[in-house]
Design a protein around this ligand. Structure first.
Ligand code: EPZ
Length: 419
């Protein structure tokens, strides 16, 4: 098993480039199955989740190949409809394939999807959404078999805002006869980015990026080429890392600062100096973080839940008491135990609230990465800590961050990957 060995407290400075967005690229790979023509996707991050989904798509008999960041997908023949449980369990994004497969083949077997252990992560909204479009659902073999003789457009109100459920039903509705009105949909930037490309390929989607999306079904989706948008969560993660460990200005390039306004507000409140360009930002770290800041995660454009753990690590350096309120997932604060093991003072008030008392000095420890975002947060803690930190189970970090140790070495970090 590979692990990272980090020697903390090295002065970091310089420039780091943001990669293509994982949570956009995964959806494009799935949406490509709506078409029998070729989709060429570039600026795709070369991370474990992408390779896992690519393998799952190839197992359906779809022609998928890639060379570095360029992926080509063409589902000429009708794809198989049983998702391989061993592959689907590796990531939550496997659920995205149900939309294209159901609408194109009239059937899909969905084993329970996997992904980060950050909560129960049910799929009830997906199932209710498909039922509203006329699908039949049968629970079988640790999953569900969804069938239809042809979906019909309908109105569906999401009982809870769900990013991938919004994307999955939006994809299915593209080839569903009639008009579908999705209400209370997620507004994350990856959704209008996907909808715009689907429209370029012949779909008729209006309102993506707002809580109301209207889709007029069409008979076919054509091929096309697209460059993936930059990863707003990588951008935010690097900004927090710079604020927590930077010794001098750190420039983050190839990004879209407008996609993390809620984070910039909180970093400024904490006393971090930020400078913005059209596709870059500079973080001027401060020795003492003036204020401990409360955060509450919310759907976009609120504070992103995927940035909650890194921000919590930063707050261990701030003077005062911060409330970290996680409203999206019930299991996304357990990493705070590991931070306390490193010297932090964090009290779990309940599964959704943690109170950070700062400032505390963190000390290197041997730790295990629990999931993607807690994993990168603990890596940041290791960079801040006195002494050596060893992080096991770094597959979880590789799921979301490409060659992260090489990119951080470029900022002066003393981090090594050892087998
Ligand atoms: C997406 O997950 C992202 N993953 C997550 O990023 C991100 O944290 C999350 O959105 C919230 O922004 C991808 O895009 C691949 P949800 P998703 O459905 O769609 C509940 C990362 O680290 N819910 O918006 O799975 C759910 O339990 C990952 O990159 C149901 O109850 O999240 C949660 O409480 C982690 N029933 C809430 O909705 C359902 O059928 C929001 O989850 C579906 C969801």
């Amino acid at each position: 098993m590979q692990r990272f060995i980090i020697k903390g407290q090295k002065p970091l400075s310089g420039e780091i480039k943001v990669n293509g967005a994982k949570n956009a690229a995964l959806k494009f790979l799935a949406a490509a199955l709506l078409s029998a023509d070729k989709w060429t996707l570039s600026n795709i991050p070369q991370i474990e989740d992408i390779f896992s989904l690519a393998k799952l798509i190839q197992s359906l008999g779809v022609d998928l190949s890639y060379n570095k960041d360029i992926f080509q997908v063409q589902a000429i023949q009708d794809p198989k409809t049983d998702l391989d449980p061993d592959l689907a369990v590796k990531l939550r994004a496997s659920v995205l394939l149900t939309g294209p497969l159901l609408v194109r083949r009239g059937r899909v077997f969905l084993p329970y999807p996997g992904g980060c252990a950050i909560g129960q992560r049910p799929i009830d909204i997906f199932l209710k959404g498909f039922q509203s479009l006329g699908a039949k659902i049968k629970a079988e073999n640790n999953g569900f078999i969804l069938t239809t003789n042809g979906l019909r457009g309908n109105k569906f109100f999401f009982p809870q805002v769900s990013v991938t459920a919004t994307e999955t039903l939006m994809m299915a509705a593209c080839l569903t006869q009639g008009k579908t009105l999705l209400q209370n949909t997620a507004c994350e930037p990856e959704i209008p980015f996907l909808a715009d490309f689907l429209n370029q390929c012949g779909a008729k989607i209006k309102g993506a990026g707002t809580p109301f999306i209207e889709i007029e079904g069409v008979s076919r989706i054509n091929g096309g080429d697209i460059v993936m948008m930059p990863d707003r969560i990588e951008m935010g993660t690097f900004a927090v890392l710079a604020a927590a460990c930077g010794d001098n200005t750190i420039k983050i390039t190839n990004c879209q600062p407008e996609h993390a306004q809620s984070l910039w507000l909180k970093l400024k409140e904490a006393g971090v100096k930020l400078k913005f360009g059209p596709d870059w930002l500079e973080v001027q770290p401060v020795k003492d973080l003036r204020a401990a800041v409360d955060i509450k995660t919310q759907e976009y454009p609120g504070f992103a839940t995927d940035l909650q753990a890194p921000f919590c690590v930063l707050m261990t350096r701030a003077h005062g008491v911060s409330l970290i309120h996680e409203t999206i997932f019930e299991g996304r604060l357990f990493y705070t135990d590991i931070l306390n093991h490193m010297g932090a003072k964090i009290i779990m008030a309940d599964p959704y609230r943690a109170i950070v008392v700062g400032p505390t000095q963190l000390y290197g420890q041997k730790i295990i990465s629990p999931d993607i975002r807690a994993g990168i947060a603990l890596l940041i803690a290791g960079l801040m800590a006195k002494g050596e930190t060893v992080i096991e189970n770094i597959y979880q970090i590789d799921r979301g961050y490409e060659k992260i140790e090489e990119r951080l070495q470029g900022l002066g970090a003393d981090i090594k990957r050892v087998t």
